[in-house]
Design a protein around this ligand. Structure first.
Ligand SMILES: [Zn+2]
Length: 394
C-alpha cells in the first residue's frame, strides 16, 4: 500500500465554502482515499501509514489553468520563436515550461494551440510518469482562416472539407478538444482585426458538429461581439477572451450573456500576471469598459474559469496568482476565485476526477502555508504539490 495521511489547519475540499477545520486527506497511490477531520482519520488510519503533519497550512485541490500555449515562449516575439525553433528544441522547451507550471501548483492545464501536435507526446510522457508536469488537455493545431489568427501553427482551413479534414487529423493525432480561432487576435501580423469574424455561422456549426463526431468539445477564441453570439449559437463549450469587441469599442450583448449562462458555456477571460500594465496600455476608458462588462457578466451568473494565456508576451509560465488577483481587484470574493481555479474549471473541462477532494478523486492537491481563503498570496509558493499522487518536489 502506498498511502499517506496529510493533516493541516484546514482542508478546502471544494467548492471553497466546503472547509474542514483541522482536516486530513488520506492518499492511496494516485487517488484520494478519504477526507475528514484530522482527529478521526488519525485514529482510524493504521499507524504504519506515514503522516505528513502541516501546522499552519491549508490543503486544497490542485489549480487548473484552462488556457496555456506550451509552444510559445512568453517572450516579445513568440511567433518568430515558435516558427523558427527546431522540433526537438521546441519539445524540450515545452517540457521545461510544463515543469514550471506544475511547480506553481497547477496540476491541470488545457493547451489551446501548439505546433506539430508536440503537446501530445509530452502529455503522454507526463501521464506515464516519465516526464514531470501537469495533466494536459491538448487542442493541437487551432482551426483558423487563410492567413488568420495563429495560421503559423498549421491549422488553416478554407472549405468545409478542409474543416472536416483538419478536425480528423487533430483527432487522429490524439487531441482532447478542438480549438477554433473564431475571430481575429492580437498576436498575428497582418491577420484580421480582433473583432472581425474568421468563420461564418455555418462553418462554426460544422466545426462543432464535426468535432462532436470525434467525441471532442470545442473551445473558441473570440473577441468580436457578433462572433460571440455565433459561437454560442454553434454550441462551443468555452469562450476564450470573450471581450465583446466591435469596430466602435466594447459592446456587450446581455441577451447572449443570458444564453451563455443558460447553456452552461464557460468564459475564460485569459488574464496574464502583468494585467496592470495591460490595463494601463488600454487607457482608462477602455479598461473601465472591459471591467464593467466583466461585472455585468458576473452579475448575470456567468461561470468564469481560470486562464492565463501563458506563452503569449508577458504571460509567464507559472505566474498564475497574478491572474487570480485581477479578479480580486474587481471585487470577486476569495472563495469564488478559488472555485474558478478549481471546481468551476474542472466542470467546464468536463473533468469529473479533479478540482475537488473526495474519495476516488485523483490525488491532485496542494499544501500551502497560511489560508488562501483570506490571502491569495498563500498560493504563490506551495509547500507540497501532488499530481495524481506524485509528490513535487520529489
Ligand atoms: Zn491563447
Amino acid at each position: 500500500m502506498n498511502q499517506l495521511l496529510i493533516t493541516a489547519d484546514r482542508v478546502i475540499t471544494g467548492p471553497a465554502d466546503h472547509v474542514i477545520p483541522h482536516g486530513a486527506v488520506l492518499l492511496d497511490a494516485d487517488r484520494v482515499a478519504a477526507v475528514g477531520p484530522a482527529a478521526a482519520l488519525d485514529a482510524s488510519v493504521p499507524t504504519e501509514v506515514p503522516r505528513l503533519r502541516c501546522p499552519g497550512a491549508t490543503v486544497l485541490p490542485g489549480l487548473i489553468d484552462c488556457h496555456v500555449h506550451l509552444s510559445f515562449d512568453a517572450g516579445p516575439d513568440p511567433v518568430r520563436a515558435v516558427t523558427e525553433a527546431a522540433a526537438p528544441d521546441l519539445a524540450t522547451a515545452m517540457a521545461e515550461r510544463a515543469t514550471r507550471l506544475l511547480a506553481a501548483g497547477i496540476t491541470t492545464v488545457r493547451d489551446l494551440g501548439d505546433r506539430d501536435a508536440l503537446t501530445i507526446p509530452l502529455r503522454d510522457s507526463i501521464n506515464s510518469g516519465t516526464a514531470s508536469g501537469p495533466r494536459i488537455l491538448a487542442a493541437t493545431a487551432p482551426l483558423t482562416s487563410h492567413g488568420g489568427h495563429c495560421h503559423f501553427l498549421g491549422g488553416e482551413v478554407v472549405s468545409d472539407d478542409g474543416i472536416r479534414d483538419r478536425i480528423a487529423r487533430n483527432a487522429a493525432a490524439g487531441a482532447d478538444l478542438i480549438k477554433v480561432m473564431a475571430s481575429g487576435g492580437a498576436l498575428t501580423p497582418g491577420g484580421p482585426k480582433m473583432w472581425e469574424p474568421q468563420f461564418t455561422l455555418h462553418q462554426l456549426r460544422l466545426i462543432v458538429r464535426e468535432s462532436a463526431r470525434h467525441g471532442l468539445p470545442v473551445a473558441a477564441h473570440v473577441h468580436g461581439t457578433e462572433t460571440i453570439t455565433q459561437c454560442v449559437d454553434a454550441g462551443v463549450r468555452t469562450l476564450e477572451h470573450c471581450s465583446w469587441r466591435t469596430a466602435e469599442g466594447v459592446v456587450h450583448d446581455p441577451e447572449t450573456t443570458r444564453r451563455i449562462v443558460a447553456e452552461d458555456v464557460a468564459v475564460c477571460r485569459c488574464v496574464s500576471g502583468d494585467w496592470q500594465l495591460f490595463l494601463k496600455q488600454m487607457g482608462p476608458e477602455r479598461a473601465q469598459a472591459m471591467i464593467d462588462v466583466i461585472g455585468e457578466m458576473r452579475q448575470a451568473g456567468v461561470r468564469f474559469i481560470a486562464g492565463t494565456d501563458a506563452g503569449v508576451p508577458g504571460a509567464h509560465f507559472g505566474d498564475y496568482v497574478g491572474m487570480l488577483e485581477f479578479f480580486a481587484s474587481l471585487g470577486f470574493g476569495h472563495p469564488e476565485i478559488l472555485d474558478m481555479a478549481t471546481t468551476t474549471s474542472a466542470h467546464a473541462l468536463a473533468l469529473t476526477d479533479t478540482g475537488s477532494l473526495a474519495p476516488g478523486m485523483r490525488a491532485d492537491l496542494l499544501v500551502v502555508d497560511g489560508n488562501p481563503l483570506t490571502d491569495l498570496n498563500a498560493l504563490r509558493h506551495p509547500r507540497h504539490i501532488y499530481t495524481a499522487g506524485r509528490h513535487l518536489p520529489v
